[in-house]
Design a binder for this molecule. Structure first.
Ligand SMILES: Cc1cc2nc3c(=O)[nH]c(=O)nc-3n(C[C@H](O)[C@H](O)[C@H](O)COP(=O)(O)O)c2cc1C
Length: 326
């Protein structure tokens, strides 16, 4: 059986270098992470602060592919070459972001209907970049016809892989993934394809990997925050992982301490940590009230007391719920 390759999905606001490092230390299971997007800028100057998330010294625990959001070839090329010069082999182009402030400016998934623009972009960028390129994309903005116009255009280009999330931009992260359309994509591209979307359980992975044996790698986003043992359970087949709650508690502790070291003051740390509970709370049934208490805290000591109370008393492993709001 071929080796299973798993990638951590980029999630802006969540899977930054602090999270990725703590995740690698405590759970593992991923081959690499695609970092959340960096938007290209017009003034071709790069401050280190702007690319802090992908500086090699911050990414010693897990291999990373930086991602760029851009619709302008010259700006993309400049930033990509900066990233290759930092030592990265591959940079990923984001053609998937569904958020209106991005997509309405014809960036991310908003660019998908504009096949000619993508063609012109790649024609300019590919000869000028000093490393390889991968693309993360959806089926389209409104409809999957976009990707079927696009795949023949990107096929001749030397891409390292394409990552397909089989939803449209309008769907954002809800509604069914279109697996039939994904299957049709596999049939018409020569590039290695990475599948991404709604891999929530080991059974989901098994079902998908049986159906799509030509998939090169698999990418998991929200569901590795909800169940951080999922990647290692997929790659090793191990089902009974001991001390799950205890290990999640240690992970949470390390995450909290690491954000304390790098963020500017306790209110930033608290708002960052509280954001994670949208996902962390999913595997635990009957604990909405406690999570609400966690969200209501205003000081780090209150927050930690509530979280520890939760882990020490109420946390019970269960299946992640079927719905999740991103
Ligand atoms: C809060 C949030 C932020 C995201 N940020 C990015 C991003 O920066 N770049 C990107 O390509 N995709 C981004 N995504 C999309 C994910 O990478 C992934 O495609 C999506 O969550 C579906 O995979 P999943 O079902 O495994 O979560 C984001 C998704 C969410 C929910």
């Amino acid at each position: 059986m071929p080796r299973i390759r798993l990638y951590m999905a980029p999630m802006k606001g969540f899977t930054d270098y602090i999270f990725r490092s703590a995740f690698a230390d405590h759970f593992g299971g991923f081959d690499l992470a695609v970092a959340p997007f960096i938007a290209s800028k017009q003034d071709q100057r790069i401050k280190r602060k702007y690319v802090k998330d992908v500086l090699p010294e911050n990414n010693t625990r897990m291999p990373v592919v930086p991602q760029i959001l851009s619709k302008t070839a010259a700006d993309f090329t400049f930033l990509a070459n900066y990233l290759y010069d930092l030592g990265y082999d591959t940079v990923n182009w984001n053609l998937g972001c569904p958020f209106p402030m991005v997509a309405n400016k014809q960036r991310g998934s908003g660019m998908l209907p504009h096949t000619d623009r993508i063609r012109a972009f790649l024609d300019r960028v590919i000869p000028e970049i000093r490393g390889s390129l991968s693309i993360k994309l959806r089926l389209g903005w409104k409809e999957s016809a976009d990707i079927f116009r696009l795949l023949p255009v990107i096929d001749p280009h030397p891409l390292s892989e394409i990552i397909i999330h089989p939803r449209t931009g309008l769907q954002r992260y809800q509604g069914p993934v279109d697996l039939d359309a994904f299957e049709d994509c596999l049939a018409v591209t020569r590039h290695p394809v990475v599948y991404n979307g709604d891999i929530r359980t080991v059974d989901d992975f098994r079902r998908l990997s049986r159906r799509f044996d030509r998939v090169y790698a698999w990418m998991i986003g929200r569901w590795c925050l909800a169940d951080p043992f999922l990647p290692v359970r997929i790659t090793t087949g191990a089902d009974d992982i001991p001390d799950k709650i205890y290990r999640m508690q240690r992970f949470h502790e390390d995450l909290f301490e690491a954000y304390n070291r790098v963020l500017d003051g306790p209110s930033h740390v608290l708002s960052k940590m509280k954001g994670f509970w949208q996902y962390f709370s999913l595997p635990f049934e009957d604990c909405k009230k406690t999570i609400k208490e966690v969200r209501k805290t205003h000081r780090p000591d209150q927050y930690l007391a509530q979280v520890n109370l939760f882990f020490d008393t109420q946390a019970q492993s269960g299946r992640p719920q079927a719905k999740i709001s991103a």
